[in-house]
Design a protein around this ligand. Structure first.
Ligand SMILES: *[C@@H]1O[C@H](CO)[C@@H](O)[C@H](O)[C@H]1NC(C)=O
Ligand SMILES: *[C@@H]1O[C@H](CO)[C@@H](O)[C@H](O)[C@H]1NC(C)=O
Length: 205
């Protein structure tokens, strides 16, 4: 029998989900929400690699394809608005047992407008290095609009060491600096391939 309460619940459920942006729907589907962020962005971030692939909607890419820092594009509010870009892997060392969640791969802050190369690099880009037999990892890109240019207290990390990368929390970082909800995002997935041992050499493993 149709009950009024149930009908109301169903309508509210559909209204809530109809309001989600497309990128938020993809993030919910692969549980980036809630594993990394609580609330999804409105816009897709355009992330393209020099290998010819794009990091889009959770597509599977290989560590070989993502070894170099990608081009990341967005429409900034203005050239004197500052942005923070995060790339993070919640599935370290595996999605099944994410004991080091999150392992952050890239962290650039105080980016003026969309001039990524003018931002302050807190953690240099490191590509996917999913350990053998740990399945697919999610690699999530998030763009936040900063309230203003900020002072960051984090240690600067290079691409030759893994030190300081694990146990990162995007939620805590965003909260610490008052970044609010990300304005754009995207993600891909990757698992081990034969480029990973080479990356481990770069990191001194
Ligand atoms: C590591 O960083 C150096 C210095 O910024 C850069 O020249 C090099 O291309 C980077 N290596 C990789 C594999 O990204
Ligand atoms: C990261 O978190 C795990 C699990 O909580 C803990 O065992 C490990 O010591 C932490 N690593 C660092 C460097 O704090």
């Amino acid at each position: 029998m149709l009950n009024l309460k149930h009908l109301l619940f169903v309508s509210l459920f559909y209204m809530a989900h109809a309001a989600d942006s497309d990128i938020t729907k993809f993030m919910k589907h692969l549980e980036v929400i809630p594993d990394v962020i609580a609330e999804g962005p409105k816009d897709f971030l355009k992330v393209s690699y020099d290998s010819g692939v794009v990091a889009d909607k959770g597509v599977e890419l290989t560590p070989t394809q993502v070894k170099h820092q990608p081009k990341v594009e967005w429409n900034p509010e203005s050239t004197n608005t500052f942005y923070t870009l995060i790339m993070t892997d919640p599935d370290a060392p595996s999605r099944a047992k994410p004991e080091m969640r999150e392992w952050h791969h890239w962290l650039v802050v105080n980016i003026p407008g969309n001039s990524l190369d003018k931002g302050e690099v807190l953690s240099a880009y490191i590509g996917s290095g999913a350990p053998k037999d740990t399945g697919l990892h999610r690699y999530v890109f998030l763009l936040y609009k900063q309230p203003k240019k900020l002072e960051f207290t984090e240690t600067h990390l290079t691409n030759t060491s893994a030190k300081g990368r694990e146990n990162f929390s995007t939620k805590n970082f965003a909260e610490k600096y008052g970044l609010g909800v990300p304005v754009a995002g995207n993600f891909f997935q990757a698992q081990y391939d034969d480029y990973v041992p080479e990356l481990y050499k770069q990191l001194g493993f």
